[in-house]
Design a protein around this ligand. Structure first.
Ligand code: CA2
Length: 147
C-alpha cells in the first residue's frame, strides 16, 4: 500500500480561527478528516502532521525516506523564505507535492515565489482544502507507476 506523509508548516494549526476569506473556515482537523476520507477511497495510508518549526519540518522530511512513498507538503510561510527546506525537499528522493490553500500568485509579491516549488514535483495552489485531496491523489499516482 502506498504510504503518504501529509506535512504542514507554521501557523496552519490556526486554520479556521482567522482570515476565513483567505484560508477558508475549515480547521486543520477538518482538513485532516478530508484527507483521511480521500486516502480511504484511494486505498493509501496517510500520516498527517503539523509543526511550527523549520528544523522539525526538515527532520520529518529526512525521516520520510524509507518510511513513506511520497509527501504532500504545505510549507506555510517557509515556502517563500527557506532555502534549507527547499534543499531538504530536493534531497530525500521522494515525490513531494506542494500545496497551498490560498492562491499565492494572487497575493502579496513576497508570497508569489516559492523556493520549495523549485524542488517539488508539482504544486496545487488556491483550491482551499480540496487542494489537499488533489495533492494526495497526485502523490499516490507519482509514488506508484507514474501519472
Ligand atoms: O495558502 C497557504 O496554504 C499558505 O501556505 C498559508 C500560510 C502562508 O504563510 C503562505 O504564504 C500560504 C499561512 C498559514 C495560516 O496562517 C493563518 C494565519 C491566521 C489565521 C489562520 C491561519
Amino acid at each position: 500500500m502506498v504510504r503518504v506523509l501529509v506535512l504542514n508548516g507554521p501557523n496552519l494549526n490556526l486554520l479556521g480561527t482567522r482570515e476565513p476569506e483567505v484560508y477558508g473556515r475549515e480547521t486543520l482537523a477538518d482538513v485532516e478528516a478530508r484527507v483521511r476520507r480521500r486516502a480511504a477511497a484511494l486505498g493509501c495510508e496517510v500520516e498527517f502532521a503539523q509543526t511550527n518549526h523549520e528544523g522539525a519540518l526538515i527532520d520529518r522530511l529526512h525521516a520520510a525516506r524509507g518510511a513513506f512513498d511520497a509527501v504532500v507538503l504545505n510549507p506555510g510561510g517557509y515556502a517563500h523564505t527557506s532555502v534549507a527546506l527547499r534543499d531538504a525537499v530536493a534531497s530525500i528522493g521522494l515525490p513531494v507535492v506542494e500545496v497551498h490553500l490560498s492562491n499565492i500568485h494572487a497575493r502579496e509579491p513576497y508570497r508569489r515565489r516559492s523556493l520549495v516549488a523549485e524542488a517539488a514535483r508539482g504544486c496545487v495552489v488556491g483550491l482551499g482544502a480540496l487542494g489537499y485531496e488533489l495533492a494526495l491523489e497526485a502523490a499516490v499516482r507519482l509514488a506508484g507507476k507514474g501519472m
